[in-house]
Write a protein that binds this ligand. Sequence first.
Ligand code: NAG
Ligand code: NAG
Ligand code: NAG
Ligand code: NAG
Ligand code: NAG
Ligand code: NAG
Ligand code: NAG
Length: 637
Amino acid sequence: MGLNSRAAYLFALWTSHLFFLTAGDSRVNPRIITAPKGESRFPLEKRENLITLYHEEGDSSLLVGAEGKLYYFDFESSSNHVEDFPEQDSGACQKPEEEKNYLTFIGKYHDTLLICGTNACKPTCWNLADRNKSEVAAQGLAPFVRNQNSLVLVDGEAIYSTINLHQHNGKIPRFRQVRGTGELYTSDTVMQNPEFVKATVIKQDERRDDKIYYFFREDNPDRSPEAPLKVSRVAQLCKGDKGGTSSLSASKWTTFLKTTLVCVDPATKSNFNLLQDVFFVPSDKNWRETRVYGLFSNCWGYSAICVYTIGDIDTVFRTSKLKGYTKDMPHIRPGQCPWDGNHTPPETFKIADLHPEVEERVQPVVPRNSPLFHNKNRYQAIGVHRIQARDRHTYNVLYLVTDKGYIHKMVEMPHGVLNILEIQPFQPPAPILAMTLDHRRAKLYVSSPTEVVQVPMDMCEVYHRSCESCVMAKDPYCGWADGKCVSVKTNLTMLQNVTLESSLEICPRSVFKQQEVDSPESYRNVTVALFSRYFLHCPTESHAATYMWHHNGSRIQNCSSTHRPCIHFIKNMTHNHYGRYTCISEENGFSQTLVKEWLLKQPAPSQTLMQRSQAVSVSPSFWLGFLQMMALARLFQ
Ligand SMILES: *[C@@H]1O[C@H](CO)[C@@H](O)[C@H](O)[C@H]1NC(C)=O
Ligand SMILES: *[C@@H]1O[C@H](CO)[C@@H](O)[C@H](O)[C@H]1NC(C)=O
Ligand SMILES: *[C@@H]1O[C@H](CO)[C@@H](O)[C@H](O)[C@H]1NC(C)=O
Ligand SMILES: *[C@@H]1O[C@H](CO)[C@@H](O)[C@H](O)[C@H]1NC(C)=O
Ligand SMILES: *[C@@H]1O[C@H](CO)[C@@H](O)[C@H](O)[C@H]1NC(C)=O
Ligand SMILES: *[C@@H]1O[C@H](CO)[C@@H](O)[C@H](O)[C@H]1NC(C)=O
Ligand SMILES: *[C@@H]1O[C@H](CO)[C@@H](O)[C@H](O)[C@H]1NC(C)=O
């Protein structure tokens, strides 16, 4: 396999229409730009419907686990190979469609790469060293059949998992320790039909306080008619948990507690009760400031982001009363991590096991008690990257995957969220099955059913037009230097101020003037046949701008915010229609010319009517782009 030439060709053809950036939602100023450079892609050998990505921070390669195959792609050297993991016939499956080997887990354990798959209902793991596979025990590391409820978390010697150990019994989902200091699992009564979302380990000030937090949805114990059916939760467990002291409790976690994550819009009271995804943003200062970005949806499928801190979650577990428990707390509180080597006292465990939920709930922190934002998109996944901008501030940039195959890039600002780009990584749009981030190299890795792509986070070429467009984009990855919009990764001195209201304050006037030169040479000459049809297309760079077309210097068309992109149609080219056309955008008192075309008559008279101009510049890709633009314009009206 290779970066095959056909794909490369298509990529070249589409390059100027690859990334449509459009207004997804309400809050402020989203940009729409095409044609960033620097992305690269690899095709998969067949259509996949389950993808597991594995990527090491700072590395240029990506492992893609799929059905019966493990793909290796290196985005720097373009080297790649595929390793087959065919299912071994086990006769253990009940349905023929289960007789596949879905690779559901890829991870480093004991310094070797562990790859686990369903292997036709006989879960199997392989150690992979130098393309040599050796089978290892898989219990709890891969499910028997594909399953949304499988979480595996590796932390040093320990592996935690939500996967059933046996195919037919033990259907009640549990959170387990499957490798490490003995097996542990949650009591069957502490969760009601949990659907697991994410888990993490947080090292606290003292080693004995190190905790596992996991996030899930479950049935709401409140069955009143107005209460939602499901609630979103976070649970805690001590890493040093030794299990109970009796034979019945010896393999049970004794430090389990859970609480509700609140994500309610205070203005509309809309309750975003269904947690969909979680992303952790560690703090370099203090574990308490580790941020938890929760992506929630409500019963309409709308989305909200609520942000919590591990410190707040920890405080709730340490201080809150237990729901339904009114007596005095024992000396060692439920949820408290026992001293090294000790067990949780039986009386403490008994109370915790009967009252696993705490009364107090966890509220979002930024802004206080309210979602960071909510909108009508149906987001599926979230990634967050912290970037140090040149204005010396650090910004959290959110990458949200929509159900329509787009990624919304948003910047968290002191007073809300700025929607700066909508990225379409696949052409035509395809469902996004998986996404992972490389913080050090500032890349996104995204997979569709047929392709994986590396998308740079710093796609500054999209704001190339002027200092104003670069600065006004408020993209913390980009600044204006040497007449170009460049990435903050370069060490050029650049103009950038993400919090600035108007770019005019920092952009030099001269750059602005240069734009306005109206020489014949500045036009693109297009020959158009008499009596033919023609249209002029103006790219939408920002939804906050207004656009207009001028002909021979006078205004002929205004485009309102619902007429995007701004297109001027000429149904039948007559003599009067020739001449100079310019598309001008205006935003915040700043105007710029985006398109200059000079329509010229066809020199030869013998042309069939309706034939399009021989305009070389109008390629098939242009038409493709045009059709997509029209589709998008309809989508966002
Ligand atoms: C792969 O495994 C085979 C058989 O066990 C062994 O002979 C060979 O040296 C291994 N190759 C590497 C690179 O480890
Ligand atoms: C960064 O700056 C240093 C000194 O200012 C210079 O020597 C170096 O070449 C620059 N690196 C790049 C990649 O521009
Ligand atoms: C950015 O712009 C704001 C508003 O004009 C100003 O207060 C701030 O000092 C600027 N920051 C930098 C680093 O230039
Ligand atoms: C376009 O044609 C005009 C003459 O109609 C000429 O002056 C101008 O230089 C041409 N522009 C370009 C970019 O070739
Ligand atoms: C365009 O206009 C000319 C002259 O008015 C007319 O003869 C011709 O039929 C028109 N073509 C179309 C397609 O309407
Ligand atoms: C466009 O808008 C301007 C100002 O709002 C108005 O003067 C002009 O007549 C409009 N032009 C067209 C073609 O609608
Ligand atoms: C615009 O200018 C061109 C010459 O550049 C001329 O042929 C055309 O008739 C003019 N049209 C109008 C409406 O002024």
